[in-house]
Design a protein. Structure first.
Length: 241
């Protein structure tokens, strides 16, 4: 797989960057301090978009988990995903408010859906606010198939929009009411980050390779094409915190 080495500083990719997970044999945060720990059956690490990625297998209960306490009122998320199968809903990324009412809820998550509201084989992003707001966007019907790499880039902003780019093309957008990201306003509650699991009792373990998960506290939608790099991805330069 071809990828491009870029000057991350000059391209602005380090601006507002909170965490970057390369999955080079572990779930360490290559930029910040929000390391993830592999739970259940440790995933294998296989050749991916850039070096290696985490190979998650349905039914093996392998996922990553860690504390995450830096999300603000605007968030951008980027990751690569290559599904092995598309026969089941597959949770890819989740930010969980563990002290919300009713024992916690999922204010922000992404998953592959075999059918979401009549939209088959799509990527879903969903936001649940503390006051009951729910905003969902999906990629187009049948936009995801097994054995192919996909780059997903999403920005969510209070008072703005929830926007999704799939392989460098904007595919969905929906307005967000002011309260929809209340649970991201730190230091309201501690937050956990999961990669490869939705929640206890409804894990929706993925079956595929996840790689290059990046999270910013800022609207980085203008960088979606840079990160996609015509399907080759980019290799952030080495950096220290």
């Amino acid at each position: 797989m071809f990828f491009k080495q870029v000057d991350a500083v000059n391209n602005g990719l380090l601006t507002d960057l909170v965490s970057h997970y390369k999955f080079q044999g572990n779930g360490d945060d290559a930029h910040g301090t929000n390391d993830l720990v592999a739970n259940g059956v440790a995933p294998s690490y296989v050749p991916s978009i850039i070096d290696n990625g985490a190979n998650m297998v349905t039914g093996s209960s392998d996922f990553f988990e860690g504390g995450f306490t830096e999300i603000q009122d605007v968030i951008s998320v980027s990751y690569w995903y290559k599904p092995t199968t598309i026969t089941n809903d597959q949770a890819l990324l989740r930010i969980w408010d563990i002290e919300a009412s009713s024992g916690g809820h999922v204010p922000f998550y992404s998953q592959f859906d075999v059918d979401f509201g009549g939209v088959p084989n799509c990527i879903l992003f969903n936001i649940n606010g503390s006051l009951g707001e729910n905003v969902s966007i999906t990629s187009d019907a049948n936009s995801i198939s097994a054995g192919n790499w996909y780059h997903i880039f999403v920005t969510a902003e209070v008072g703005g929009d929830l926007r999704m780019y799939l392989n460098g093309v904007e595919v969905s957008a929906s307005p967000i009411s002011l309260a929809s990201l209340t649970d991201f306003q730190i230091p309201l509650n501690p937050i956990n980050l999961y990669v490869g699991k939705l929640q206890d009792g409804l894990p929706r373990y993925p079956n595929g390779i996840i790689d290059e998960v990046s999270i910013w506290n800022g609207n980085k939608i203008a960088d979606a094409l840079t990160v996609y790099n015509s399907g080759g991805g980019i290799a952030y330069e080495d950096y220290t915190i």
